[in-house]
Write a protein that binds this ligand. Structure first.
Ligand SMILES: Nc1nc2c(ncn2[C@@H]2O[C@H](COP(=O)(O)OP(=O)(O)OP(=O)(O)O)[C@@H](O)[C@H]2O)c(=O)[nH]1
Ligand SMILES: [Mg+2]
Length: 429
């Protein structure tokens, strides 16, 4: 069985369980990725290593803001576009907000949204930025992604590098000669190694050291990386650390050449590995979710009833607020915010990820108060029904509960089987 077949199988498995709606959606996304074959490579590393500078150098343009203080505060995706076809001059970017709204801005104004200084604690609620440019490097459908520095005090303001690593196929892991690999980087690499199909290790700022120092530094980092990534002899042999100076454009063509070569000769393999690893992660997370759900089912009735009532109270309060809603125009984005609140509450009380789909295309849709009320009422009704059914609320029948637990055990077994298959396929340790 190959990765595509395994992913389809996982999706079928999830679709049989109301509780696994999110996982069903996530596996569908993986299937889409395998089908449209667009590779995403993220530049990841500790703050101030020169990630953004490297991206600007690769693109041959000062597109993104760089600086001496932590700068990049939001995930920025860069894709190829013929300039004339897509936009009139100047080049434009799309800023996506957490509530699903988006806005077109000139690329030159991006610093207002993606730099920590101008968007403190992400007060603008930026989820992600998308930028299109006509750099050759991106021509074959490659998406390059800039990420906020790991370990920065601002790391948790928006989607972090770690969240994003889950979405990328390849990672350019950037370290620099200003400081030896530190604990933050080691910890991060240890986690991130499970997500990406391909790693490029880049050592930046080599303009700051002489050759001898550099060799010593490279040897030191290499040994550490081999140990952290748990590479066998053959893999260790194949690993290369690329010394570059992003600022002075030294070694950058070697890096881009290597990436292009890999995409041409083993793009499909990189994608399969990446999807397989992500599927493993989904399966592992789901297993721990199901385990906590089973605990809820077995929970003492008084504890469970208390939590259940808390959920009901929240929904009651929200419903009352709906009654008081002033006349006027409301955005779909506001509904998205309400859904996010409910999702958080379900997670907090029951330890499960309740799934709501947020459609970016609909976020700017307007409706009057009556429509808004009707829409939100159906959201509450649906959530109530679902929660009643998944927790078998007021279900006095111990037999039915036992049956549900038995079903979950079967789901767990099948997930374990899929996990073993993927592990074999990818030869992961
Ligand atoms: N000497 C030297 N300095 C560099 C090089 N690359 C980047 N820098 C400097 O390092 C600082 C940080 O660069 P950025 O590109 O903003 O670093 P970053 O990793 O994107 O930082 P965050 O977005 O905050 O995580 C800037 O002052 C850059 O000019 C290089 O190759 N050599
Ligand atoms: Mg940056």
């Amino acid at each position: 069985m190959n990765i595509l077949e395994t992913t389809i199988k996982a999706k079928e498995l999830f679709s049989g369980f109301e509780l696994c709606r999110l996982q069903e959606q996530e596996t569908q996304k993986l299937i889409d990725r395998l089908e449209n074959k667009k590779i995403t490579i993220a530049v990841i590393g500790q703050f101030k290593r020169g990630k953004t500078t490297l991206i600007n150098t690769i693109l041959g343009e000062k597109l993104l803001p760089v600086g001496i203080v932590p700068i990049t505060a939001a995930i920025t995706r860069i894709e190829y576009a013929e300039p004339k076809e897509t936009f009139d001059t100047p080049s434009m970017a799309t800023v996506y907000f957490t509530n699903g709204l988006s806005q077109q801005v000139p690329a030159a104004d991006l610093h207002m949204y993606i730099s920590e200084q101008e968007n403190r604690d992400n007060e603008r609620g930026v989820a992600e930025v998308e930028l299109q440019t006509n750099a050759d490097f991106l021509k074959d459908g490659l998406t390059l992604v800039d990420t906020p520095g790991v370990g920065s005090v601002h790391e948790n303001n928006s989607k972090s590098a770690m969240d994003f690593a889950r979405e990328s196929d390849g990672v350019i892991f950037m370290i620099s000669v200003d400081s030896p690999l530190n604990q933050i980087e080691v910890d991060f690499l240890r986690k991130v190694r499970r997500f990406a199909g391909k790693f490029y290790f880049v050592v930046n700022k080599i303009d700051r050291v002489d050759e001898e120092e550099l060799d010593e530094y490279l040897d030191y980092c290499r040994d550490l990386i081999v140990a952290i990534m748990e590479l066998d002899e053959e893999e260790a042999e194949a690993i290369r650390l690329l010394p570059v100076s992003a600022r002075k454009d030294i070694g950058v063509t070697e890096l881009t050449g290597m990436i292009r070569e890999d995409l041409i000769t083993r793009g499909a393999e990189i994608m399969e590995r990446s999807v397989g690893l992500k599927l493993l992660e989904i399966l592992n997370n789901t297993r721990s979710q199901i385990a906590s759900y089973r605990e809820v089912l077995k929970m003492a009735p008084n504890v469970f009833n208390r939590r259940f009532r808390e959920m009901q109270t929240l929904m009651e309060e929200q419903r009352q607020q709906l009654e008081l809603l002033p006349e006027g125009q409301y955005l779909q984005a506001r509904i998205n915010e309400e859904k996010a609140l409910l999702t958080r509450k379900v997670r907090e009380l029951f330890g499960i990820e309740y799934y709501y789909y947020v459609d970016r295309d609909d976020a700017a849709e307007r409706m009057d108060a009556e429509e808004y009320r009707a829409e939100m009422t159906s959201v509450y009704d649906e959530l109530e029904t679902t929660i009643n059914s998944i927790f078998m609320y007021k279900e006095q029948n111990a037999y039915a509960v036992a049956r549900r637990i038995e079903d979950l055990n079967i789901l767990m077994q099948q997930m374990r089987k899929l996990t073993r298959q993927i592990e074999r396929e990818l030869a992961v340790r």
